[in-house]
Design a protein around this ligand. Structure first.
Ligand SMILES: Nc1ncnc2c1ncn2[C@@H]1O[C@H](COP(=O)(O)OP(=O)(O)OP(=O)(O)O)[C@@H](O)[C@H]1O
Length: 574
């Protein structure tokens, strides 16, 4: 029998008192796609960082192509044949594709870089990964999917035999995810041993030959994929409690795929919010909202209603949310919260008007690495919780305990600095912070609320959002690129394409299949989406007026200088 390309044995790694990896074994033969799963903080990143030379393991060995290593430097890892494609790509935007591929291993002739030879070889490598870009394109001008393929081409140029992909579809559109899946299948046939880290079980079902699940640093499950059901995978990752009322129970789910983005195991119908009886008064009414690259957009969200904005990456979902929150300038439109017309020129105006946003890029936009988990989560409420100017630590601890339970933070240790949490748990810290704040807001805007979050915690988060809507009447507008999430969470879904709302699905029509065909149809300009109701001609929300052509003040304009908003004047939504 041939030796496996990668054999990890007894790998252990601790950070202070945290046992991130404990006696982990992982074997990947050539030509296998091996999915590495686990809840947030399970140890996946630590494992691949040991393999990539970022961390020295405390115990165990890593055998690559027959050579046994107890630790590796980053250089030794590359030389041994390991290529890791992290979510944050290591390519340089200002360089060309060929320059990126040969960065650090330039071909020289007479002391200068031999560009033409590099470009010729790069062209061959790009063809191998089916990238459509040219060796002379600048990286900064390429889509995320093409940049990722360049990084894989770079790995191939270094004769990698082990390819590690860390949540590779997290920032890709559906079509790009499909293309990547095809590339992974192709690279498998070329004999690479591929470790595929993901939270998306649909991707595992589609691509993986074998699966290893980590739980709290230990291997909890390892097997070939043959005959594995969705239910078994969910149980292995999240535990039987979630799985019992989770994804596998939903009829007709297992085979569903999201245009390549992969389906996520999701909360069940039990987690789905009870439908508010419509009509209810609109908590949020938006008319003619326009901004750079999107609009005009009309939408309304009733009290206690959860409305999803579903579309491919780049469709304009995030721009709409960020404009409503004052992060981006609007070019026109009116916004009403309840019966008030509001003027939003900056986030402080939005918060004052009762609108909060949980941003999508939470790790970059909201984590203070050196502060404790508790300070990170309670940042906006510390003053409110204080008594006579003195921090009420017991009250803070109590609020933190509730909040960390609600988002499934691991470890739920209030004193640990945020930097010591896994990526997904850092996301949960910020999500918890804003959900905690949302008790006081009328309108909650959520941008990709569970991206990077594990199966079990997704379920918890959906329930928290559902109960905010049901119990406090919060109007929730949630951008998502995950059809399972939309079906699990939303009462109603607006399809967003090319910066406009092109359709609407609700009730029995709101299924993953309908969502997928709606976005794909919407991408074709002339054909209406089947099963979706065109809303472009929808009646304007009562009480609001169409925007005038005059532009609002820029985002930096002080609120006092913005024109007063009224139902008949353009709104300074910035
Ligand atoms: N540099 C560090 N210092 C202290 N603790 C750390 C460090 N890196 C990771 N940990 C801890 O090790 C454990 C495993 O984290 P790791 O990042 O490997 O998880 P993960 O499975 O990749 O999670 P995610 O899905 O959220 O990315 C967690 O408890 C984390 O808090």
């Amino acid at each position: 029998m041939t030796e496996p390309t990668l054999r990890i044995r007894g790998l252990g790694k601790s950070f202070g008192g945290v046992r991130a990896l404990d006696d982990v074994d992982l074997t990947v033969p050539a030509g296998q796609v091996h999915a590495l799963l686990g809840h947030n903080g399970a140890g996946k990143s630590t494992l691949i960082k040991c393999l990539g030379g970022a961390y020295p393991p405390d115990t165990g060995t890593m055998e690559i192509d027959g050579t046994v290593h107890t630790r590796l430097s980053p250089r030794e890892s590359i030389a041994a044949g390991v290529a890791i494609i992290f979510q944050t790509l290591s390519v340089v935007d200002s360089l060309t594709v060929a320059e990126n591929i040969f960065l650090g291993q330039e071909w020289t002739r007479y002391g200068t870089v031999h560009r033409r030879a590099q470009e010729e070889v790069a062209a061959g490598l790009l063809e191998r990964v089916a990238a459509t870009c040219s060796p002379r394109d600048r990286l900064g001008e390429l889509s995320m999917g093409q940049r990722q393929l360049v990084e894989i081409a770079k790995a191939l140029s270094r004769s990698a035999s082990v390819l590690v992909l860390d949540e590779p579809t997290a920032a890709l559109s559906g079509a790009e995810s499909d293309a990547l899946a095809a590339r992974v299948e192709h690279l498998r046939t070329q004999g690479l041993a591929i470790v595929y880290v993901t939270h998306l079980l649909g991707e595992v079902e589609r691509l993986a030959d074998a699966v290893t699940v980590l739980r709290d640093g230990r291997v909890s499950h390892g097997s070939t994929m043959a005959g594995r059901t969705r239910q078994e995978l969910v149980e292995a990752v999240a535990g039987a409690a979630i799985a019992a009322h989770g994804p596998g129970r939903r009829p007709g789910k297992a085979g569903a795929r999201s245009g390549g983005a992969g389906t996520t195991a999701h909360a069940s119908d039990a987690a789905r919010p009870p439908r508010p009886v419509r009509p209810r008064p609109a908590r949020l009414a938006v008319t003619g909202l326009r901004g750079p690259g999107f609009g005009p957009v009309d939408l309304d969200v009733a009290e206690g209603e959860i409305v999803a904005l579903y579309g491919l990456i780049g469709a304009g979902r995030t721009r709409i949310l960020e404009t409503l929150f004052g992060r981006r300038p609007a070019e026109g439109g009116t916004v009403r919260v309840g019966d008030r017309a509001v003027t939003v020129a900056r986030p402080a105006d939005a918060l004052a008007a009762g609108i909060a946003l949980v941003p999508g890029d939470r790790r970059r936009q909201g984590v203070f690495a050196a502060l404790s988990a508790q300070d990170n989560a309670l940042l906006p409420s510390v003053r409110r919780l204080a008594r006579r100017g003195v921090r009420a630590l017991r009250a803070e601890r109590r609020v933190f305990a509730g909040l960390s339970g609600a988002v499934g933070l691991r470890p739920a240790d209030p004193r640990l600095p945020a930097a010591a949490f896994s990526g997904g748990n850092q996301q949960k810290l910020v999500l918890g912070r804003w959900i905690n704040e949302a008790h006081d807001v009328d309108v909650l805007l959520l941008d990709d609320p569970t991206q990077g979050v594990d199966v079990g915690a997704r379920h918890e988060i959906y329930q928290v959002v559902a109960s905010l809507a049901a119990q406090r009447g919060t109007a929730v507008l949630c951008a998502s690129s995950d059809p399972e999430e939309v079906v699990a969470l939303a009462h109603r879904c607006l399809i967003v394409s090319g910066g406009r709302v092109t359709g609407e699905l609700s009730g029995a029509e709101l299924t993953e299949t309908a969502l997928l065909s709606a976005v794909h149809e919407a991408a074709r300009p002339t054909t209406p989406a089947p099963g979706s109701v065109p809303v472009s001609g929808a009646a304007p929300v009562s009480g609001s007026a169409l925007a005038s052509e005059s532009a609002p003040p820029p985002a930096s304009t002080p609120a006092s200088t913005t024109p007063p908003a009224s139902p008949t004047t353009p709104n300074g939504v910035a």
